[in-house]
Design a protein around this ligand. Structure first.
Ligand SMILES: Cc1cc2nc3c(=O)[nH]c(=O)nc-3n(C[C@H](O)[C@H](O)[C@H](O)COP(=O)(O)OP(=O)(O)OC[C@H]3O[C@@H](n4cnc5c(N)ncnc54)[C@H](O)[C@@H]3O)c2cc1C
Length: 380
């Protein structure tokens, strides 16, 4: 039973699934093994996603996006969970803060981004500020015609090859958090933006996280996103959607793992019968089925609240993100165990999902940050 999911969701799902099967699946193992992917290949995949009208699928119509409901975006994100992180990004999930762009910025910044001609990275995290963004030290001071930025950012996804980096910086140290920060669009080629390193990491191979410093980096007034002092608001504008997108991806990963496990347990014989006939394996599958359904329902509930602009959307998105990302880890562990030695080997994508799903308990607000929000809400 589909609980009243609109017909176009089935079409979206089939379209994304077809795109992944045809264009992305053949590359997944190589990209993961090489921990790299040619930016030209990514560019041509973005062009393919453009042809389907899917690129920038989380963007509103006024920015050139398809203006999909949050529920429809979650359908896409769940399907994207079936592929790897670097390849899934070719569908163009773009930073929500670009909604703060003005008419002029929409011409030179947003339009080429939406046409998949350029890419953007989003830089909040610093060595001394991750969960606690009030500790951000990167600062911008006013100079003639613009701002001068100094500071260090790290763990920034896809910044190496991006054309622009959206940077959050302190512009008023004395102001409360809501007025303290501003958002800047920094050209990647700006000589004041210095790439410092790429991180090696557990999963998300081929999807690079990097560090950079801003060294007296001049940014003109035309490159301030929103008003000075609106950085916090720009960051918060789509934080709930982004948490929900993580939750939906984790549902997709868990579904992909279950889809791999079912034919395997029917075919693999131990002690004279298929794995599927051993009760311990049946219980593992049953637990996976229940947890997956629960996570999917949390995602759908949060999406419905978001589409209705309901005030409970924020907590519903936190619940979905917390539960789905942790559920994804449990399912990956269980399915790897069901596959035995095969699960540990790189011939199958099981171990890749096992590694990749872990990152989702950290990015877009850690599990602990979600628990803090949920606890505050129920105690209030
Ligand atoms: C794969 C990946 C991609 C990323 N991409 C980006 C990106 O594109 N742009 C960007 O800006 N950042 C990015 N990040 C950074 C990410 O947002 C931060 O890692 C995350 O916010 C956590 O910050 P931190 O690593 O500094 O951990 P910390 O904030 O130092 O926290 C360490 C641990 O302590 C816990 N903790 C902290 N405070 C409390 C508390 N009060 N109570 C209980 N527990 C607490 C945290 O939950 C965590 O488990 C990415 C990270 C990863 C892993």
């Amino acid at each position: 039973m589909d609980l009243g999911q609109p017909e176009e969701h089935a079409l979206l799902k089939a379209t994304v699934r077809g795109f992944i099967r045809t264009h992305l699946r053949p590359l997944e193992a190589t990209v993961d093994r090489d921990d790299d992917v040619d930016p030209q290949v990514l560019q041509s995949l973005r062009a393919e996603a453009m042809k389907l009208g899917l690129y920038g699928y989380n963007m509103p119509v006024e920015l050139g996006g398809p203006g999909l409901s949050i529920a429809a975006q979650c359908v896409i994100d769940e399907e994207v969970g079936h592929t790897s992180m670097p390849l899934g990004e070719t569908l163009g999930h773009l930073p929500g803060s670009i909604r703060f762009s003005n008419d002029e910025q929409r011409q030179w910044f947003v339009r080429p981004l939406m046409e998949a001609k350029t890419t953007v990275a989003y830089a909040l995290t610093e060595p001394s500020a991750g969960s606690d963004l009030s500790a951000i030290r990167t600062h911008a001071v006013r100079v003639d015609g613009g701002w001068k930025l100094n500071g260090d950012k790290h763990f920034i996804s896809n910044m190496e090859h991006a054309d622009h980096v959206i940077v959050l910086a302190v512009t008023d140290r004395e102001a409360p958090l809501k007025g303290k920060l501003s958002t800047f669009i920094v050209e990647r080629r700006n000589p004041g933006l210095v790439f410092t390193r790429r991180f090696r990491k557990l999963g998300w191979h081929g999807y690079h996280l990097a560090a950079f410093s801003l060294d007296d980096c001049f940014v003109p007034d035309s490159h301030v996103l929103g008003q000075p002092g609106q950085g916090f608001q720009a960051m918060m504008a789509t934080i709930n959607n982004d948490r929900l997108f993580v939750a939906a991806r984790c549902v997709g990963i868990a579904q992909a793992l279950l889809d791999l496990a079912i034919p395997h347990v029917k075919q693999r014989i131990t002690f004279g019968k298929p794995l599927a006939e051993h009760q311990a394996i049946q219980f593992a599958l049953a637990d996976t089925d229940v947890e997956l359904d629960a996570a999917r329902l949390l995602v759908r509930k949060a999406a419905a609240l978001g589409d209705a602009s309901h005030p409970e959307f924020r907590i519903a998105a936190s619940r979905a993100k917390l539960y789905a990302s942790e559920m994804g880890g449990r399912v990956a562990d269980r399915v790897l165990q069901i596959f035995g030695g095969d699960g540990f080997m790189t011939d199958l994508p099981v171990e890749r999902f096992y590694r990749d799903v872990r990152g989702f308990r950290i990015g877009e607000g850690t599990s602990e940050m979600q628990r803090i929000q949920i606890a505050r809400s129920i105690l209030a």
